[in-house]
Design a binder for this molecule. Structure first.
Ligand code: ATP
Ligand code: MG
Length: 304
């Protein structure tokens, strides 16, 4: 039902049989960004056609073509307008330093680019790195970091498995992506500096035509609704009428909470929206104030 409505709005072919203008998006072909990128499209109501082609596909119900690429290549493709927009980590965008615009932080694939040294080293400040060898796949970001801290060190650019470099005597320190730190730990390393906090972002070509810009705005409107929904929960609870005032004062809601009478006299049902960050705090206070039968449900989309 939902799909048929959307399809009516977009017919992929114009009368002369040519494809309508589509927004081309580049996402990672496989790896840590892939699943969340596809999920974001799905959450935005964009369904991908299943085909055997692992290089590109198209959306069934939105004028979009999806290109599957290595994440390192995405900024270049977007700069060249081979893809109009792309989803990639900030770490790659800043390292590749291409002429693209950042449109939106997407809130997934969070990690940091950090300096790590042997667990037993006495690292106190960046001057420790003077005259040391640093292995990394991020030569530009490391160079900028060293310059900013006035450190002279040798950068060894390698293409992967950076964490083993100190163990095999290739370097004294590394700069690599870290999330939990378990890879560093397993390789006898410790994290000593953070160069960059990173997450997945949406980037765009700098010279989009009007049609593409409009499609991007449509897509962005959906992304923001999805992001907002993720950070909020819908809450329903029962409250004795004499406690309503106190309970309502604890609930922000989108405008103000909805209050409906229950079949049982003297009781009301209160509905509202809560931000994930304040959630536990507020729930405790609601209970203390006399709320009962509290239900918390996820929100799929949120448009304010
Ligand atoms: P490709 O084959 O596309 O070049 P890759 O091996 O370079 O893939 P992945 O390991 O899949 O890249 O990581 C892709 C991106 O995911 C990174 O550039 C970074 O933004 C993010 N990322 C990396 N490590 C983590 C992590 N441990 N936790 C969360 N996100 C991460
Ligand atoms: Mg890569």
């Amino acid at each position: 039902m939902k799909n048929s409505l959307v399809r009516k709005e977009y017919s992929p072919l114009v009368s002369d049989g040519n494809r309508r203008d589509t927004l081309k998006i580049a996402i990672q072909k496989s790896g840590r960004l892939y699943e969340d990128s596809v999920k974001l499209l799905k959450d935005c109501g964009i369904d991908l056609k299943n085909g055997l082609n692992r290089l590109k596909t198209e959306a069934e119900n939105f004028p979009m073509e999806i290109y599957f690429l290595r994440d390192d290549d995405i900024p270049q493709y977007v700069e060249d307008a081979v893809a109009h927009i792309g989803i990639v980590g900030e770490n790659i965008v800043f390292e590749k330093n291409k002429q693209v615009d950042i449109v939106e932080k997407l809130g997934f694939s969070k990690c940091r680019l950090s300096v790590a040294v042997g667990r037993n080293e006495k690292y106190e400040e960046t001057s420790f790195l003077n005259n040391k060898r640093i292995a990394t796949t991020y030569p530009l970001l490391v160079k900028q970091f060293l310059e900013k801290n006035k450190v002279q060190a040798e950068i060894h650019e390698i293409s992967g498995s950076v964490e083993i470099a100190p163990g095999i005597g290739l370097s004294d320190a590394i700069v690599d992506l870290v999330s939990s730190g378990s890879t560093l730990f397993m390789n006898g390393l410790k994290e000593v500096e953070t160069i960059l906090e990173s997450q997945a972002i949406l980037i765009k070509n700098r010279e989009l035509d009007k049609t593409r810009q409009q499609l991007l705005e449509k897509f962005l409107f959906r992304i923001r609704a999805v992001k907002k929904a993720k950070n909020n929960k819908y809450i329903l609870l029962n409250a004795p009428n004499e406690k309503l005032k106190e309970i309502i004062s604890l609930l922000p809601g989108m405008k103000s909470p909805t209050v409906l009478p229950l079949a049982e006299p003297g009781w009301s049902s209160v509905h509202s929206v809560l931000n994930e960050n304040d959630f536990w705090d507020i729930i405790e206070k609601l209970k203390e104030a006399g709320a009962q039968g509290i239900l918390v449900v996820p929100i799929e989309k949120m448009i304010v």
